[in-house]
Design a binder for this molecule. Sequence first.
Ligand SMILES: [Zn+2]
Length: 308
Amino acid sequence: MPGNVLRIRMGDIDVAIGVDADCVAGWLGSYGGEDSPADLSRGLSAGNEGIPRMLELFETEDVTTSWYVPGHTIETFRDEIEAVADAGHELGIHGYSHENPTDLTREQEDAIMEASIDLIKDITGERPAGHRASWWEFSENTPELVEKHDFLYDSSLMEREFEPGYMRKGDRWEKIDYERDPDTWMEPYRYGEETDVVEIPISWYRDDIPPMMFIKHPHYNMGYASPRMIHEELYKAQFDFLYNRRGAGVYTLTIHPDVHGKPHMIPLLEEFIQYVKGHENAEFKTLEAIARKYEDDPSVYESDGEYV
Ligand SMILES: [Zn+2]
């Protein structure tokens, strides 16, 4: 622990591994590979090889995780996703073809949500508790549709780092319009109305795609950041801040079979899981369990230290 950080007491540190199983759908909807059989083959590898590798590690380490699975992944890799459910992991929705919600009409987004819920019900026999927007984009209709479909929680936004809250609908902001008098757009951000849906924050700094996946289109992404650097300087550093300076909160890690299902990533993921296990009061939980715990007592994840 850093020398001058004193901790008064230790609260609950709940660590949730979220696996966004983008696979072929990721290439169709977000990574610009929809016309490239070679890129799509990388999605096939993620589904056919990445998913089983990660499942094997979670079983060995006895960790239960939360999977956000596009409908396309469920229908393409049915056996693999059934194996995920059979191993006791949580399944939540994540679009169909990883389409960008901000490009959809309300009707399209609604229909995709409905179909995605049904696909998961077909595997687990139950409605999914969690929604995670594909590409972590919210359309203007997303909050209202998530509420309408009665999700317990959403996990797509980044308003806080380590503490859940309640998802709002109807937030408003003014975009700059250089053609108009600034008085028409000089307005602060306006918070909307709180819903009953728990919002569990995620972070691009605890996500493996931006630094570690090579993407050709629509924007070239090199994807060769050092995996050990990412684990040490982002994942563990963020965990250490939460543990040592806040003493309570939720840590969500977002990984993909497309990246963490690769041979060079499995040992690092294993190391991270063991690192967390080495900390008293830190426990692995699903996001559903975290949402229910927060609903029961929101104060449980408030900082016990001086840092938010
Ligand atoms: Zn995704």
